[in-house]
Design a protein. Structure first.
Length: 78
C-alpha cells in the first residue's frame, strides 16, 4: 500500500523544538512570511546558524503551517 503524500509531508514536517535564535524567526514564518527580510537571515547566520539549517527549518515550518491551514479548510468544508 502506497503512503499518502500528505501523511508523508506531515511526518517530514513534524514540529521540532526550535533553537533559541531561530524561534522568533520561525514565528515570523508562520504568521507573516512575506515580512521576512535578508536582515532576518543575516541575523541568524551571525548567531551561528548555517544557511542549510535556516532553509530546512523554514521549509519545515512553512509546510507545517500550510498543513494546519489545509486542515482548517477541510474542517470548514466537512
Amino acid at each position: 500500500m502506497k503512503a499518502d503524500p500528505i501523511d508523508e509531508l506531515r511526518r517530514l514536517a513534524a514540529p521540532r523544538p526550535a533553537q533559541p535564535p531561530l524561534a522568533p524567526y520561525l514565528e515570523k514564518v508562520r504568521g507573516g512570511a512575506y515580512t521576512i527580510t535578508d536582515r532576518d537571515v543575516e541575523e541568524l547566520k551571525a548567531a551561528g546558524m548555517s544557511e542549510e539549517e535556516i532553509f530546512e527549518a523554514t521549509a519545515a515550518v512553512a509546510i507545517e503551517e500550510g498543513l494546519r491551514r489545509l486542515d482548517a479548510a477541510a474542517a470548514v468544508l466537512a
